[in-house]
Write a protein that binds this ligand. Sequence first.
Ligand code: UT7
Length: 329
Amino acid sequence: MSKITAAITAVGGYVPPDLITNQDLEKMVDTSNEWILTRTGIETRHVLRNAEFSDMGMAAVNQLLEKRGIKATDIDLLICCTVTGDMIFPASSNIICDKIGAKNAWGFDLSAACSGFIFGMETGAKMVESGKYKKVVVIGGDRMTSIIDYTDRNTCIIFGDGLGAVLLEPNEEGLGVIDSILHVDGSGRQFLHQKAGGSSNPPTRETVDARMHYVYQEGKTVFKFAVTNMAEVSHQIMERNNLTADDVAWLVPHQANKRIIDATAERMGIDSSKVMLNIQRFGNTTNGTLPLCLWEWESKLKKGDNIILSAFGGGFTWGAMYIKWAYGE
Ligand code: UT7
């Protein structure tokens, strides 16, 4: 019997309709459209209003189920990768399962910031490879605007809301998740974090007044770590799988900063025409960037395409994953 691999068989996505433009931000903080464009590549980001994070999950998973022609009750496991779920607990995976009617699924949330989707894919793939689970949904998404300080020009220009979801199913043709390299380095926590809200600093009047519930980032330091590690791990996974730049059909990079994406592609020798890029419209949706790329590019992907996912995020967390696409002409 051939080895079971875990292949993506459908992709869903959701971005809320409302936008925050660079011109909107010019009115909130001391910044300019030109600075944001040249330093990050971002023009607009989406913002979720009058709805919950889990509503984005519900929309994306329902779309995915419709594409695949299956019911919510067919889902065995739902992994929700996020740092901005509806509540600290219960997990948003539970809430999404309830909202879509996934009565036979169990699930959990996974916290790895911007690398969450790759970590979730690794976890979901192993569940499928075990033979026990046949239909595993991996969601990556965030409602970053709920934890962004719109008086802090260092962070408010970058982040937006959005969410993507994939279905993983067993494959016996050798397609799907082939390899991954994943890392964490908790000593990086000082450079990118949300200080309060957890058990170290529970919410108080003081923590709110000190704006400790918002994202804190030392941009320049994070930038340096991100450029080096994302480029290196992406190059490593190519080498380890004997892939040349010509063999790679697509690079799916975390969308944090266009300059980080360009540096990663350059280290891999990948032409920009093979790099999925939607940062200009969505900004950094944290856990959402990779599945939203797959969602937007799905119709261009062909069976057998070699695809490299690559990410770096708060924690620090980083990694790369090699997948062989399983459908499409
Ligand atoms: O997704 C998770 C991982 N996160 C990342 O990968 C993000 C990595 N970091 C970045 O993308 C970049 O560091 C930023 C976009 C956050 C900042 O860009 P930068 O080129 O690293 O700028 P900087 O922080 O070195 O700041 C350069 C200058 C400073 O002014 P001085 O000190 O040189 O006078 C900043 O105060 O630009 C200033 N500045 C701004 N000016 C206009 C910082 N933010 C802004 C702004 N508008 N929004």
